[in-house]
Write a protein that binds this ligand. Sequence first.
Ligand SMILES: *Cc1c(COP(=O)(O)O)cnc(C)c1O
Length: 391
Amino acid sequence: MISKEHEPFIGFGTTAVHAGQESEKWDSNQVVAPISLSTTFKWEKPGEMPEHGYARTSNPTRASLQQCIAALEGAKHATAFSSGSAASVAVFELLKSGDHVLIDQGVFWGTTKILSHLESHGITFTTFDFTKQDEIKNELQKNTKLVWFETPSNPLLRVIDIKRVVEIVKNYNSHILLTVDNTFATPYFQKPIDFGVNIVVHSMSKYISGHSDVIMGAVITNCDQINNDLKRIQNVTGAVPSPFDCWLALRGAKTLHLRMEKHYENALNIAKFLEKQELVEKVIFPGLPSHPQYEIHQKQSSGSPGLITVFLKGNVDEASRFVHSLKLFTCAASLGGVESLVSHPWLMSFKDNMDGEKLGIRPNMIWFSVGIEDVRDLVVDLERALKMMQS
Ligand SMILES: *Cc1c(COP(=O)(O)O)cnc(C)c1O
């Protein structure tokens, strides 16, 4: 039997469909990875640990998914967790009391919340605007052990120059762990590990699973030592995804490349449409030449996810009426599913958060996760809601 493990395929789509899912590895040559529900596995002899011993430690469906996700990021190892947040916590578990973390100001709010929580465990963190790349080195400290960012960022879709940040941080101290949360871009558009990043984190609840029906996360790395630590943390802390969820995520990942192309195409069309509307003040989409970091984005990503930030010409009530008038775009938090979603961050996430304004979130800001529907229907929906906005 020839093992196809880690075999590099020419194209992403082949990896998405096949990596970690060779039928030879299943007892009945299944073409689709089975959902392995057993919590425990038979030992042939007490001294000979089987490949999988106990399902918190290791499970065949999860092992398949981990191989597939690692291959998609072009890396050796992936460790799956029961949510993106649990995956992030696992990365911070690599730190010790006394360590410092530097994060970009545009990270998922929950990531900042985890770090605030860890302050009582002796880990400090500071937040900085990573688009001011040349000033990053002034923010690094002797005890900085981890640098973390997302690009495009959350929720303003700022773009951070991965290669440049890696250079600056590694020049200061090559032992600092660089981590990118690649949930938005996905490995289909951007592979941070190729730029020298040590760790990639995913909320697989978003694009990778892609159908808004799984909560899951993963940490990906090329480093054997980091992987050993992560596997130990996964086993000890026990925040593991269920075999059924792993199977759903594997199934979702098979079409990641097709979905991302469509999300990109739809979002680009909608961004262009919105830019022309009288009632729209500003559109932020990294795939538009009007984006302030368009050149950097072009350099490091082969496309843009279906995320658009829009500032409307209107007050909070008008913006709210616009969101409320949309029918195809469902008003809901999250992103990355096949269906289009819209949110009004000012009212939904930042109302009682004083930092919102400082970060550039305003009452007239709307956030779209564009799905894979027919874009003509989405445009009709937007046109109607814009008309209703001022009525
Ligand atoms: C949703 C999200 C997370 C958290 O993931 P969960 O699966 O919801 O725990 C982390 N980072 C980013 C960028 C996200 O969008």
